[in-house]
Design a protein around this ligand. Structure first.
Ligand SMILES: Nc1ncnc2c1ncn2[C@@H]1O[C@H](COP(=O)(O)OP(=O)(O)OP(=O)(O)O)[C@@H](O)[C@H]1O
Ligand SMILES: [Mg+2]
Length: 256
């Protein structure tokens, strides 16, 4: 029999299908949209069709993410903290710190040598330091969020974004554009602002290497590099960081 993990986040929903040896057979990523339950069903169907299976092949389905309560067909529900830790350790067995930056929150998770979560800190009160911040800034610059990483890396200098608040920071970005500052510099400043926020969060917990980054923002190399510089350590990224939560949920379904 196979198992599935589903992670319905604020912006994206993912599903991962595992066989009983823990091998990944299929995975999917779709936008969450307005209906978390529907997104959960759709990402599961997509991951199943990718490996030519159906729901009848599943012995259990574990749901995580902010929308997990809406997944009525789930066998059980597990917190994102546990799932990101499990998913990160799947690829990096000795990971001690996991940084997950998603659409609406960011978390730093401490893992003991035995693989258990020992502590975590979370920012879910404010968009600053999250994917939402990047989405707002990309829109202000008339770019897709995927374009930010490479553009930010192309600049040697960084514009200072001093405001801690997303709304005020957006006004700063608009002013910098009006002043004629190169957009690469502005974007680098945006990445540095996120990294500073994450660093402040991480310092509350203490960071032990190896450090793994998960969630969609781990696909932004500009943020990753800026954070590596501030933490003074290499950051490990899973092959598809956005599915880490769903993978951890599937591993929970396997009883691992
Ligand atoms: N291809 C990409 N390149 C760069 N950044 C990306 C890419 N895809 C997603 N992102 C970033 O990832 C963010 C979404 O992350 P993710 O899908 O992990 O969020 P989520 O799990 O829905 O949110 P949460 O966990 O906070 O509920 C986007 O806001 C964007 O900044
Ligand atoms: Mg998430």
């Amino acid at each position: 029999m196979l198992v599935a993990g589903i992670d319905v986040g604020s912006l994206s929903a993912e599903a991962v299908i595992l066989d009983d040896s823990g091998r990944i057979l299929g995975a999917s990523i779709i936008p969450t949209g307005a209906n978390a339950g529907k997104a959960g069903r759709e990402c599961l169907d997509k991951a199943l069709s990718e490996c030519g299976r159906t729901v009848q092949d599943l012995s259990s389905v574990v749901a995580t993410g902010y929308g997990r309560i809406s997944i009525d067909f789930a066998t059980s529900r597990v917190t994102e903290i546990t799932c990101h830790a499990k998913g990160a350790r799947y690829f990096f067995a000795d990971a001690r710190t996991v940084i997950d930056i998603g659409g609406q929150d960011s978390k730093v998770i401490a893992i003991g040598k035995d693989g258990r979560v020992t502590d975590f800190v979370m920012n879910d009160k404010c968009a600053a330091g999250t994917g939402r911040f990047l989405e707002v800034m990309a829109k202000a610059l008339e770019l897709d969020v995927e374009e930010l990483g490479p553009l930010g890396l192309a600049s040697q200098t960084s514009a200072v974004i001093s405001s801690m608040c997303t709304v005020f920071a957006e006004s700063e970005v608009v002013s910098l554009v009006a002043e004629g500052r190169p957009r690469e510099e502005i974007i680098r400043g945006i990445h540095d602002a996120i990294a500073e926020r994450t660093l402040a969060l991480a310092r509350r917990l203490g960071v032990k290497a190896p450090v793994v980054m998960t969630g969609g923002v781990a696909k932004n190399q500009g943020v990753v590099k800026s954070l590596e510089f501030r933490l003074q350590t290499k950051i490990l990224i899973p092959p598809e960081p956005q599915i880490t939560g769903a993978l951890g949920a599937a591993l929970s379904a396997l009883g691992r």
